[in-house]
Design a protein. Sequence first.
Length: 180
Amino acid sequence: MSSVRADAKITLILGGARSGKSRLAEELAQKRSGRLVYVATAEAWDEEMRARIAEHKARRGDRWHDIEAPIAIAEVLRTLHANQAGGDTGAVLIDCMTLWLSNLMHANRDIATETAGLLAALDAVRFPVLLVSNEVGLGIVPDNKLARDFRDHQGRLNQALAARADHAVFMAAGLPLVLK
């Protein structure tokens, strides 16, 4: 049986809501030496979301440098890569790709173009990147076009990220299943 690896350049962690995806990603990143960067795609639109964000920040602690990037994660990766001369970035955790996709759709951005830009940025970086994403295609077929479009885009995004990843893990009930 394969085990979860902390040494991969690109790691994709998939699963449902509250499956343990973020916690596993944080644990894997913390096994690295150097500065840890947390790229947050969530936006605090209400009090409940502000509380979730505060809980995540408190759990991570002071070793993490937080960057809020609801849409511009490829640009963040390119900037971190350009500033990597000293090699001090231990790992970058992007949480989560599902919210990123939702943000792109809400902003009427071209999903294929944005995904291509992200994949190019991932190909260029020299530091480890951990990507957290929801697997949304395990339920019933949504009853409306927007939800079906979201599910389809998320499935294609997850497939593209998994193809680029050196390591892929599916989380269920806090338990990791190594896919790749």
